[in-house]
Write a protein that binds this ligand. Structure first.
Ligand code: ADP
Ligand code: MG
Length: 625
């Protein structure tokens, strides 16, 4: 390939911040991330969708205006419903949350036409670190419905740190990313060390953001109207929307002024009486209203620091992300806590999209010279269902035994040893879950498989090794091996559409296509929604709670676990030693050498590093054959 062809040969990959309130799209041009504006020149697209009275679909700021004028024909903050199978009603029609998100993404897709034409475009889409697997899958599906190829979903704080890391790849720095947007709060500790960006810990609340502040102000105003007129304006859809809009403007004003006027001449007409509102609110009063939420963010900041084993003094830089960090009280709380001034070299509104573009550039090769390398943390724990002893001889099924704990650096491989419950037991059902609850019933089922052919033995005597591998693309491979016979069984849990019925995807697609073409013509959508429910039953419902395995042995023996992982990984690498591609066989040999050396020297840190590297490569190789 000539140098020119190579230069032009980068796949088009864009980064997208699909926000609760605002969305934006960015890409890498000549080594620098840029946000791509709308044809009208706006860099932020309000995440609002409106279907007007002529059944036209309108996205963005005009749809946002519709929230007041046509509240039943418009929708905002759909991100809060992502992953839910409950349809939302818009202009009398039902839509799944990801279909609404797809409309927003499709609008962003249209901004790219002047740059990339109608070519296939790959997208990296960001989600809050706290999004569950179901919410990530819904986000990926939204991207694909909008016509993007979505290979990677990354965490918003990771993206923000990447935007920062591109210009700070030298030296060693601990950064706190504080992201307070419209609907979600996320906080992470990220270390940038000679270009290697490592997310150390992540925390947040996905129901906390500027929207809550607006609604709190709506309540404050409604209480005033109520005491004056005895009418609750929140009962009137239009008045409620008017108050919400007013609340947001007051909030913005109070970010720069000390007092805001609260003025609405005709909120509604009640039995011929015009109901109005005219008062004032000070910044101090407003801060009092929202202080409980702000305190909660600070408690999460403190948690995330302790998870990373750091104190406030260890933080070198603070990255403020999200529109709500413009509230002066937020900035002063943070500066006080960290005893340093908060400076924002990156636009808080655009940091996530710019960082998603950096990830896109690392993926496409457009930034391969930057020297940046990313690791992330598992956003939730992943493990298996086990039985636990209740009283003499009795077992309680359905307990969750985490194998990869939340906040573990990924890519990673983790192993645990379990055993049988009954005498002579020859089979176990290995059920894989994600979540933080002690009982699997309250966690999310990812899948299950059966391991048969266990040599009959007394309960607890036949050890079974369960290994989880998790990579940066969020793909989990779970395997179980009967140690005595080496018999292995495994499943790969893809994060994406594979587990989804093609029928329900096509139904969504058809529904959206008809919208784009002629407005919402589809009348009967129940079938598709039913299909979606069935899919959820199949994969998200309660599994057959077979209490097949129990934890055994000394799980806290990290060294032992690492050595076992190394053994399994060495076996997995074996076939690649004689691979026809010299690049792969060479790499496999090197990995085997490193693993063996680290294991023999008992160098656990080196062993962990070698295992992590092998994990990612094995995924890559397995995926490509
Ligand atoms: P998201 O990530 O949820 O899409 P953004 O980061 O775009 O959200 O932030 C949107 C939120 O920021 C909204 O609640 C908006 O009202 C709020 N916001 C924007 N500007 C200001 C400001 N100057 N003062 C206070 N809040 C603001
Ligand atoms: Mg955001």
């Amino acid at each position: 390939m000539s140098k020119d062809a190579e230069g032009a040969g980068f796949r088009p990959v864009v980064g997208i911040d699909l926000g609760t309130t605002n969305s934006s799209v960015a890409y890498i041009r000549e080594g620098t991330p840029y946000v791509i504006p709308s044809p009208e020149g706006d860099v932020l697209l309000p995440s609002c969708v409106l279907i007007d009275t002529q059944d036209r679909v309108i996205i963005g700021k005009h749809a946002r205006d519709g929230l007041v004028a046509m509240p039943d024909r418009s929708v905002a903050a759909i991100k809060r419903s992502m992953g839910s199978t409950a349809p939302v009603t818009l202009a009398g029609k039902k839509f799944l949350p990801e279909e609404i998100s797809a409309l927003i993404l499709k609008e962003l897709r249209s901004y790219l036409i002047p740059i990339f034409g109608e070519e296939d475009i790959e997208a990296v889409i960001t989600v809050p670190a706290y999004f569950s697997d179901a919410q990530r899958r819904a986000t990926k599906r939204a991207g694909e419905l909008a016509g993007f190829i979505v290979e990677r979903i990354i965490n918003e704080p990771t993206a923000a740190a990447l935007a920062y890391g591109l210009n700070h790849s030298q030296g060693h720095k601990n950064i706190l990313v504080y992201d307070l947007g419209g609907g979600t709060f996320d906080v992470s500790v990220v270390t940038v060390d000679q270009g290697v960006l490592e997310v150390r810990s992540s925390n947040g609340n996905r129901q906390l953001g500027g929207e809550d502040f607006d609604w709190r102000l709506v309540d404050w105003m409604a209480e005033r109207v109520q005491s004056q007129f005895g009418v609750d304006p929140r009962d009137n859809l239009r008045a409620r929307a008017l108050l919400k809009d007013l609340a947001e403007h007051i909030k913005w004003t109070l970010s720069s002024e000390n007092t805001a006027t609260v003025e609405s001449p005709v909120l509604l007409v009640d039995n011929g009486t015009p109901i109005m509102l005219s008062t004032e609110i000070t910044r101090k009063e407003f801060v009092q209203l929202i202080q409980p939420w702000l305190n909660e963010t600070m408690a999460l900041v403190s948690d995330v620091l302790s998870q990373a084993n750091l104190t406030p003094q260890d933080i070198h830089d603070i990255l403020m992300v999200g529109g709500s960090t413009r509230i002066p009280q937020v900035q002063s709380m943070i500066s006080e806590y960290f005893q340093q001034t908060v400076h924002s070299e990156i636009d808080p509104d655009l940091a996530v999209a710019l960082g998603a573009a950096v990830e896109a550039g690392l993926k496409s090769g457009a930034l391969s010279e930057s020297g940046l390398v990313v690791t992330d943390v598992a956003p939730f724990s992943m493990g298996i269902a086990v039985a636990e002893p209740l009283s003499a001889g009795r077992w309680g099924p359905g307990f969750f035994s985490p194998i990869i704990s939340r906040n573990t650096t990924i890519p990673c491989t983790r192993t645990t040893t379990v055993t049988t419950v009954d005498n002579g037991q020859t089979e176990v059902e290995v059920e894989v879950f994600q979540g933080e609850d002690r009982m699997v019933a309250n966690n999310f089922a990812l899948g299950s498989f059966r391991l048969t052919g266990i040599p009959p033995a007394m309960a607890g005597e036949e050890p079974i090794q369960v290994t989880f591998r998790y990579n940066l693309n969020g793909i989990l491979e779970a395997s179980a091996q009967i140690i005595s016979t080496k018999k292995t069984q495994k499943i790969v849990v893809h994060d994406g559409l594979e587990r989804q019925s093609a029928a329900s995807f096509q139904a969504s697609q058809a529904r959206l296509e008809s919208l784009w073409a002629h407005g919402p013509e589809v009348t009967e959508q129940e079938d598709a929604l039913d299909a979606f429910d069935t899919m959820e039953d199949e994969f998200g419902g309660e599994g057959d709670m077979l209490a097949g395995v129990v934890p055994a042995g000394n799980q806290s023996d990290a060294a032992n676990d690492l050595h076992q992982e190394a053994e399994i990984t060495l076996a997995d690498l074996a076939p690649y030693l004689s691979h026809r591609s010299p690049k792969i066989s060479g790499k496999a040999k090197l990995l085997v050498k490193n693993l063996e050396a680290a294991a023999n020297q008992g160098n656990l840190a080196a062993l962990q590093d070698a295992l992590d590297e092998a994990t990612d490569l094995l995924f890559e190789w397995e995926a490509s054959f």
